[in-house]
Design a binder for this molecule. Structure first.
Ligand code: IDP
Ligand code: MG
Length: 142
């Protein structure tokens, strides 16, 4: 891979899988020009989720977040491309789906459901260090 090509972790969260939006989300990633380099269907363990979201331990939405992420299958994807970490965060839109910009995954496909945690369809790594750490968790050699 060229030196400038990055990889990021994208998760289609349980709400996205349950609503049959996995294909639509991958379609947007591929239409943008990024490449799918690995994919995995996962029923995540609490241990994996606690490691994945370690930065949020102690926040009021942490427990609802882990319970939500445990509530059904997740589709984990390894996505490659120049500046893909930043680019996928832009495609995803901001955290709150009510105000995420139209045109983004969260803005077009998500909404508030009145729950303690925002169900916002996707996760994307937020930095090169996060991407490396998270890809190691979700695509560990098995
Ligand atoms: P991100 O997914 O946009 O990077 P983070 O701040 O890393 O957002 O939060 C992780 C996840 O926790 C969010 O995607 C969302 O599902 C949930 N979350 C974050 N902040 C809140 C909040 O203030 N209320 C409810 N849920 C939240
Ligand atoms: Mg985050």
């Amino acid at each position: 891979m060229a030196e400038s090509v990055e990889e990021t972790l994208v998760l289609v969260k349980p709400d996205g899988v349950a609503r049959n939006l996995t294909g639509e989300i991958l379609r947007r990633i591929e239409a943008k020009g990024y490449a799918l380099t690995d994919i995995r269907w996962v029923q995540a363990s609490r241990s994996l989720l606690e490691q994945h979201y370690a930065e949020h331990q102690g926040k009021p939405f942490f427990e609802p977040l882990v319970e939500f992420m445990e509530s059904g299958p997740i589709v984990a994807m390894r996505i490659a491309g120049e500046r893909v970490i930043e680019g996928f965060r832009s495609l995803a839109g901001t955290t709150d789906p009510t105000t995420a910009a139209p045109g983004t995954i969260r803005g077009d496909l998500g909404r508030d459901w009145g729950l303690r945690v925002q169900q916002n369809l996707v996760h994307g790594s937020d930095s090169a260090a996060s991407a490396e750490r998270e890809l190691g968790l979700w695509f560990a050699r098995r």
